[in-house]
Design a protein around this ligand. Structure first.
Ligand code: G6P
Length: 611
């Protein structure tokens, strides 16, 4: 999704803006641009469709010099990806330039109004109305114009603004879209996300909704929607820029897959009970846990798939009904939720627009809310609050396709299930202790599971031209198959579909024929025989079956499938955490074999901050 950056200082802005955009490129984009204020206080805009290299080439041919500027990577929503629709957008005379992440919902009404006032629109974007609106409202102070504009804009935005009448000032504003501000040694920075600021400063502040910030060489001033100065504590970023760089791996996705043992360890260690039965990190008393009547886990994409595993785990251990639901559906379906119900938002970024809206809806209806989130200081984490946010410690995840964040989300779900089970008296202490011991062993087993990589590379080399892949499993293995299918289609563009193995014969079996590839996940002993019968139905139609299979079950599966990819043994609820590793590696190797842009798949965005 769009990324914005801004710089004010004494250095040439363009290279700093380009570096920031590069750091945000993981968010997904289809065009990019910058605007800088240079000699004679004139704004120079350069923008180009496609990759940042195109913009870099344009800047090499016709440089944009100046010490104040804004930059943008655009993920098209209103209007096709093109040079013209790329940001920054300006007013008619080019004296005000704006970059924007989000969607202005009343842009059509504003466009009509501004056109009647003499504005001439050149792009199809919703953003362009902001530039014209600011021009219309400007009376010599951009802060005042911004405050008035914000009162008129409906929708979501993170904005960066420069204007030639105030050449030494950089402005920004936000509502529902992320924005981080940093300042150090006479230089100010704004960005959609922390990695773009880390090489400049570790002390940042997060703007709240409808706040604006004014940056000049002297520092940063923040104002609320009424123009009253507001105070912000600085947030110190304690993770390193190195953890957001590739560190010798060919792709971020591969690096992040390999970081999973460490991510598992970091997420579990601080939550391992010091005293048996005491779960200090859980923001519920035993009494509150017992009184719960229902849990709703709401999320998007991969985080939703982690939520589905959470449903299985919590229902099994805590004997509590759990709904796992996609946020974009939840928010509009008039959900039944209220007191004595727990709503859990799961989000790597903590910025996904639909998940945030669903969370707000649940809060409005009186539910108790919690979040499982990977980004400290993100909007969802802040709306839920310190106590209710269960952070996953996966570290920054850069590849668009989520791997290590998913891993830790699932781990968090299992920990939650154990804690709730014990507090509710549905999981005996001994059983809880055994599972916790197994959780502690998981990182070492995840290392072992990573050893399947060469096998998967070879397999992918032979299978990469497949046009369709089915993923099947039962129970938790079905939940895992959903994630495996998503991973494959995201990064390799191969059509992939997940099916509950028992459901195959109700339709999809019609598609099975010689040459089709079916990937089965087999980690649940109780469902083994049933799954094997389903796989026989598949092989009888001539399709090829590859099985990711728990070591202790391999013997029973042999002979029923073409190839087995073994994973170490683990508790039934934990085995999916190991099985997902070869499935992620499979998607990765297939994408590499097909020459795909693994870390930045087409059309996808890492952080989906629009509906
Ligand atoms: C996008 C990303 C996915 C992610 C989903 C939810 O679609 O490409 O990788 O799973 O958003 O994101 P969240 O940050 O809320 O987990």
């Amino acid at each position: 999704m769009c990324g914005i950056v801004g710089y004010i200082g004494k250095r040439n802005a363009a290279p700093i803006l380009m570096d920031g955009l590069e750091k945000l490129s993981y968010r997904g984009y289809d065009s990019a641009g910058i605007a800088v204020i240079g000699a004679g206080d004139r704004i120079t805009v350069r923008k180009a469709k496609g990759r940042l290299e195109n913009l870099a080439a344009l800047l090499a041919a016709s440089p944009a010099e100046g010490c104040v500027g804004i930059g943008h990577t655009r993920w098209a929503t209103h209007g096709e990806p093109s040079d013209l629709n790329a940001h920054p957008h300006t007013d008619v005379k080019g004296g005000i330039a704006v970059v924007h992440n989000g969607i202005i919902e009343n842009h059509e009404a504003l466009r009509r109004f501004l056109t009647a006032e003499g504005a001439v629109f050149v792009s199809q974007t919703d953003t362009e109305v902001i530039a014209h609106l600011l021009k219309h409202l400007y009376r010599g102070d951009m802060k005042e114009a911004l405050l008035r504009a914000i009162a008129m804009l409906e929708g979501s935005y993170a904005l960066g603004v420069v204007c030639d009448a105030e050449p030494g000032v950089l402005y920004c504003a936000r509502n529902d879209s992320p924005l981080v501000v940093g300042f150090r040694d006479g230089e100010g920075f704004i960005a959609s996300d922390i990695p773009a600021l880390l090489s400049h400063t570790r002390d940042v502040l997060f703007l709240e909704d409808k706040e604006i910030a004014r940056l000049d060489l002297g520092g940063v001033s923040v104002y609320d929607a009424y123009g009253t100065p507001s105070h912000h504590e600085l947030f110190h970023v304690d993770w390193d820029i190195d953890s957001a760089e590739k560190g010798g791996y060919a792709h971020y996705m591969l690096k992040e897959i390999h970081e999973q043992p460490e991510a598992l360890q970091k997420t579990f260690a601080p939550r391992r009970p010091q005293t048996p039965g005491v779960y200090e990190w859980l923001p519920l008393s035993p009494e509150e846990a017992r009184r719960l009547r229902k849990i709703s886990i709401v999320a998007c994409g991969t985080a939703y798939h982690a939520g589905v595993i959470g449903k299985y785990a919590i229902e099994r251990l805590a004997r509590l009904p759990v709904e796992a639901e996609i946020a974009s559906e939840y928010r509009y379906r008039d959900p039944i939720i209220g007191e004595e119900e727990l709503f859990i938002a799961v989000s790597q970024s903590g910025e996904t627009a639909d998940t945030l809206a669903a969370l707000r809806e649940a809060k409005r209806r009186g539910a108790r809310v919690m979040a499982v989130c990977n980004v400290v200081g993100s909007t969802i984490a802040r709306e839920v609050g310190e106590v209710g946010t269960l952070y996953t410690y996966a570290g920054p995840e850069i590849a668009v396709a989520s791997t290590k964040a998913y891993m830790t989300q699932v781990e968090m779900m299992v920990m939650l299930a154990i804690a709730l089970g014990e507090l509710r008296g549905t999981l005996p202490r001994q059983e809880a202790d055994r599972m916790l011991r197994e959780l502690a062993q998981l990182p070492a087993k995840a290392h072992q599971a990573l050893e399947s990589e060469p096998l998967l590379q070879r397999f992918a080399a032979g299978a990469s031209q497949k046009k369709h892949v089915f993923f099947v499993g039962r129970g938790l293995d079905y939940a895992l198959s959903m994630e495996a299918a998503l991973k494959l289609k995201e990064v390799s563009y191969i059509f992939s579909e997940a099916y509950a193995a028992g459901e195959l014969k109700h339709g999809p079996i019609a598609l099975l024929q010689p040459g089709r590839l079916v990937v089965a996940t087999i980690t649940q002993p109780a469902l083994l025989e049933k799954t094997i019968s389903n796989l026989r139905e598949v092989t009888a139609r001539g399709a090829t079956v590859v099985a990711v299979c728990r070591e202790s079950l391999v013997e029973k599966v042999e002979g029923s499938v073409e190839q087995i990819i073994p994973i170490p043994d683990a508790d039934d609820l934990l085995a999916p955490l190991l099985a997902v590793i070869p499935l992620q590696l499979f998607a990765y190797c297939m994408a590499v074999s097909r020459g795909c842009d693994v870390d930045k798949p087409r059309n996808l965005a890492k952080s989906v901050t629009v509906e």
